[in-house]
Design a protein around this ligand. Structure first.
Ligand SMILES: [Zn+2]
Length: 121
């Protein structure tokens, strides 16, 4: 088990932040009509083929088109958070992916899913 530069307390706080953000992303994703089967990694996000009257369908399509960039953003963010949580389990959390240097705690507090140090943003 590798030891990071972060204390247990800091790790616990950051993990709580990540989990809270993941939960709120889940809620937002559910709200925007993605199938909520827990398989976000698939990322196919198929539209539901419901039968409906044309007006209703047009409204739905418009809504989905509008939401696509948002949903993609939410899914991207969610994956970053999952990756960060996984790193916590692996003991590699808070290490820059580019140079292997510790990421400053204040940067992690601003963005707990940060993968790189300030130099390698
Ligand atoms: Zn770096």
């Amino acid at each position: 088990m590798k030891k990071t530069h972060l204390s247990e307390d800091e790790l616990q706080d950051l993990r709580a932040n990540l989990e809270a953000e993941r939960d709120s992303l889940d809620e937002e994703l559910a709200e925007h009509g993605q199938s909520n089967n827990g398989d976000w990694q698939g990322g196919s996000g198929e539209l539901r083929g419901e039968e409906a009257d044309p007006t209703d369908a047009a409204d739905k399509i418009e809504e989905l088109v509008t939401n696509v960039p948002l949903v993609e953003e939410l899914e991207t963010r969610r994956k970053e958070i999952e990756a960060a949580l996984k790193k916590m389990d692996d003991g590699t959390y808070g290490i820059c992916e580019k140079c292997g240097e510790p990421i400053p705690v204040d940067r992690l507090e601003a963005n707990p899913a940060a993968k790189t140090c300030i130099t390698h943003v």
